[in-house]
Design a protein around this ligand. Sequence first.
Ligand SMILES: Nc1nc2c(c(=O)[nH]1)N[C@H]1C(S)=C(S)[C@@H](COP(=O)(O)OP(=O)(O)OC[C@H]3O[C@@H](n4cnc5c(=O)[nH]c(N)nc54)[C@H](O)[C@@H]3O)O[C@H]1N2
Ligand SMILES: Nc1nc2c(c(=O)[nH]1)N[C@H]1C(S)=C(S)[C@@H](COP(=O)(O)OP(=O)(O)OC[C@H]3O[C@@H](n4cnc5c(=O)[nH]c(N)nc54)[C@H](O)[C@@H]3O)O[C@H]1N2
Ligand code: SF4
Ligand SMILES: [Mo]
Length: 709
Amino acid sequence: MVTSDNRRTTVLNACPHDCPDTCSIITTVENGKAVEIRGNPDHPHTQGTLCGKVKDYLDRVYSPNRVLYPMRRVGPKGSAQFEHISWDSALDEIATRFQKIAEEYGPEAILPCSYLGHQGLLNGLTVGDAFFNKLGASISERTFCASGTSTAFLMTCGPTHGTDPDTFTHSQYIVLWGCNVLTTNVHLWPFIREARKNGAKLVVIDPVYSRTAKQADWHIPIRPGTDAALALGLMHIIIKENLIDTDYVEKYTVGYAELKERVSKYSPKLVSEITGIPVQDIVTLAREYATIQPSVIRLGVALEKQAGGGQGIRAICCLPALVGAWRYLGGGLLQISLWPFPIRWEVLHRPDFIKPGTRIINQWQVGQALNGELGLDPPIKAFFVYNCNPVTQAAEQDKIIAGLSRQDLFTVVSEHFMTDTADYADIVLPATTQLENWDLMFSWGHTYLTLNIPAIEPQGEAIPNTELFRRLAARMGFEDKCFKLSDEEIVLEVLDWTAPVLQGIDIDLLKRQGYAKLKINPIPHAEGNFPTSSGKCEFLSSMAIDSNFVLPAFRQGCEEYQPGSPVDPLPTYIPPSESPQTNPTKAARYPLSLLSAKPHHFLNSCFGNLSKHRKLQREPMLIIHPEDAAKRGIIEGELVRIYNDRGSFQVIAQVNDITQPGVVVAPLGYWCKLSLAGNTINAVTSTTFADLGHAATVGDSLVEVSLVR
Ligand SMILES: Nc1nc2c(c(=O)[nH]1)N[C@H]1C(S)=C(S)[C@@H](COP(=O)(O)OP(=O)(O)OC[C@H]3O[C@@H](n4cnc5c(=O)[nH]c(N)nc54)[C@H](O)[C@@H]3O)O[C@H]1N2
Ligand SMILES: Nc1nc2c(c(=O)[nH]1)N[C@H]1C(S)=C(S)[C@@H](COP(=O)(O)OP(=O)(O)OC[C@H]3O[C@@H](n4cnc5c(=O)[nH]c(N)nc54)[C@H](O)[C@@H]3O)O[C@H]1N2
Ligand code: SF4
Ligand SMILES: [Mo]
């Protein structure tokens, strides 16, 4: 559906943000200028609404602060003083510096850094991989998000879409487990609302009385990082009270006897002591969850950011099979719905270009890598950032800034805006927004493909990421065909169009309609059929692997990994690494657990610089319980400093009992240079890995808070 008259055209777009909803968008263009953006009412999942962040998207596209031309640094590093240069001189300088560094130190001295700032198959996660792999650069292991959750889910259920979110309307018992749907996954809410109209009960398990918890029938405040204990405790009760679906367990699961033995020690009393949840609530939750069917669990991403988050997710993923919830339409579990999209990742990231043994550097550890703490040989001499903003988003912020300040580091940043990271660049390159380029979007929150057609000409001299790497490849003399494909050719290459889930779907349909639903089974595991190696739900994991395992999708198809300590093949409880219960020495100095929350009006750090969004999100803040505030003489609205050995940041205190005593919460996404003391939450978080998938324990940090006088 693309219509036009002489003056007005409407074009079908897709929201490119790192959000599960991937909304289908209609953009109205008048005389070459986008004048309106709205949700596509025909899209069955996103149903014509856009979130508050993106309904003002044109403010982003036409912002006077957008980066529109290539620029070269003229002032000291970080001073944000730049001069406009031509694309030719920018590309020449990059190619020359890269060649010189490669000759002197070897190409591994060059480190790319990217994530899902753009989520499209063309311009997103893997754009640039072929280029950097051909160059022989160090590989950036991209585990900012969902790698721990996904590893755990795949170990248990295999790469399945799980419960189709469109079928949530049929659920009778919905558990949102560490997921703040009303902020982070808003288009799931109408399906939950419909289910509740049909009598469903909504349960939210969250340490915080979140926006979503406030709307629930039952909010269960849990101590952070103790979810595995709760899930094991629920299984203990379900087994003891014989509430299991014996037929389902016998036919479609592996390792029941071992699981039964494992959960036997997680009595309601012990679980209550660990989680802080009253015994009676644990028992009620187990009974209701097992007996009210169809029951469904929606997993968020926060859990993986705890020391034992991976095993916690493993334990939760066992629950639906134990009670037979997978038998029903609307029953089961939704992790991320990405898995059935027939994406030809190898076409995008070209693992065949990787020289065996090329070193892998995890993106959470970028601060340590840049400032020499990892003892890398060769050291990092060039850093190339696109689709991400490590200064605000990765942990150990002070180390990243120190690394980026190095005079001998050559940094290139491709961006829409002068972010905290871009300020430290030697060369800044202008990137298009999705209104200005092609893309094809998968979704990690629903099962529709969505096409993005350019609506307007690129602003200034901005180019899509695809074009950036075509130009760089040409400058470096790379001749392979993949560096010469046009965007429309890539659209045709990136999917296996013959896959059964794409039956009846082609590019013409996508151009007409903007979206197409994958042909998936709405009750995928009614009779087992789990895509694991046993074909069953694996309580006892056959993939039981070592703790350094990272899924190939997060490691650019490079399947080599260093053996580490083995992962328990049964779900288990690993306590938080930093909590008063498990680390009393540290807690004596830093007694409060710090959680980060996704900001309602920003998308990670995107929109954190736009005035409308900043006004709505309000000033950087910390939510602190009245008891903890009183102990420190803190009252609402005062400036406080949050600190530990890693660093500090300053925000305004919000004294509120939506959090528990001992737990403080700070929203993410504020920009350092727009914050009160030049730092944000990631100044105090840790890069230590959680138990699975090289997720970082950024949700597992002890801090102290004091008044700034
Ligand atoms: N508005 C908005 N939407 C977004 C984003 C955004 O920045 N802004 N970011 C997008 C991205 S990248 C992602 S990954 C998703 C994330 O989506 P979510 O997973 O929903 O987001 P979080 O805010 O990280 O965590 C959800 C809830 O988990 C709770 N929580 C924290 N620790 C624990 C714990 O130990 N146990 C339990 N049970 N709960 C815990 C938090 O209090 C929070 O309310 O959101 C996406 N959507
Ligand atoms: N403490 C703490 N830290 C966290 C988290 C947490 O919960 N707590 N959450 C983590 C999670 S879940 C995630 S997903 C990460 C997100 O971390 P990032 O991926 O770094 O997220 P953003 O801040 O959105 O940065 C994306 C950047 O890409 C730019 N961009 C957008 N489109 C394009 C494009 O087409 N081309 C180019 N070149 N650039 C573009 C945007 O302008 C933006 O500056 O943060 C992680 N960090
Ligand atoms: S950020 Fe998410 S909810 Fe908002 S428009 Fe984009 S996909 Fe939709
Ligand atoms: Mo994320």
